[in-house]
Design a binder for this molecule. Structure first.
Ligand SMILES: [Zn+2]
Length: 263
């Protein structure tokens, strides 16, 4: 396969938490006196949105939207005691999901039990998602007065035992509504075996942004958390020349939100 890099689309924007946002740290050990269910934080102790969380969620939404969640199109990515984790991945060279979000080399076990090898279809992953850093000013002094911790709030959730009616409160940390994060995405424009991507993949990516706004990011999304909005969006394009002679990138589209983005 012949692959040429034609250029890069760079999408920069802010991600605004419209409701509280909980992106958990996973099943890490519980600190003494700590919160049961804390949010992921950077080395400075500030919450951020890991690129992997954004990419994983957008991929999953795109898999459903493109009709790729089918037994013969799902592969096991992680073996777990009580059943593996399946995501869509396939060898179809024209697959828009795998083309944008990537596919892995080697043999895979499909959900239907068969084996498949996608090595022949692997091209460099077009989409790169950066970690999104908290914009500190977005959490105002006024908001801080109502926070339980420096940057976050702690919410109690009750699980009610259906027999005894006893409540089992559980703490959950979340980033408050109104917080904003600085985000950047890169979509590589490739030419594969003489076929130029053009703006196909960057347009698909914008579709994934739209899907995410009507879904949720992080945990407890069906219970009020995780509504996000993309604001102050700018899409730039840098072709190969721009890298050779430091030319200014071209502004492809710009808008205050997705509703107003003409792209
Ligand atoms: Zn695919």
């Amino acid at each position: 396969m012949d692959v040429i890099l034609k250029g890069k689309y760079i999408i920069s924007c802010k991600i605004k938490a419209v409701t509280g946002l909980h992106i958990g740290e996973g099943n890490n050990s519980l600190e003494i006196g700590g919160i049961d269910n804390s949010v992921v934080k950077d080395a400075e102790g500030k919450p951020y949105i890991p690129g992997s969380s954004l990419k994983g969620k957008m991929r999953s939404l795109m898999e459903f939207a493109e009709g790729k969640v089918k037994e013969n199109l799902l592969v096991e990515t992680k073996k777990e005691k009580d059943g593996g984790i399946y995501i869509h991945m396939c060898g179809d060279k024209s697959c828009i999901v795998c083309g944008l979000f990537g596919r892995n080399h080697g043999k895979h076990t499909l959900k239907n039990g068969s084996e498949s090898d996608f090595t022949d279809s692997v091209v460099p992953t077009r989409l790169i998602v950066r970690d999104a850093k908290l914009i500190e000013d977005s959490i105002t002094e006024e908001m801080k007065e109502n926070l339980d911790l420096e940057w976050t709030e702690v919410k109690f959730e009750n699980n009610i035992d259906r027999i005894t009616s006893q409540a089992h409160p559980r703490q959950s940390e979340r980033v408050p509504a109104g917080a904003e994060f600085e985000a950047e995405f890169v979509v590589n424009r490739l030419e594969v075996d003489g076929k130029d991507d053009g703006d196909t993949f960057v347009k698909k990516f914008v579709q994934a942004m739209r899907l995410l706004e009507d879904d949720y990011l992080g945990g407890q999304g069906t219970r009020g958390n995780g509504k996000v909005q993309f604001v102050d969006i700018k899409i730039l394009y840098k072709d190969r020349e721009a890298y050779l002679n430091a030319a200014q990138p071209k502004v492809v589209a710009q808008a205050k939100d997705l509703k107003n983005l003409q792209f």
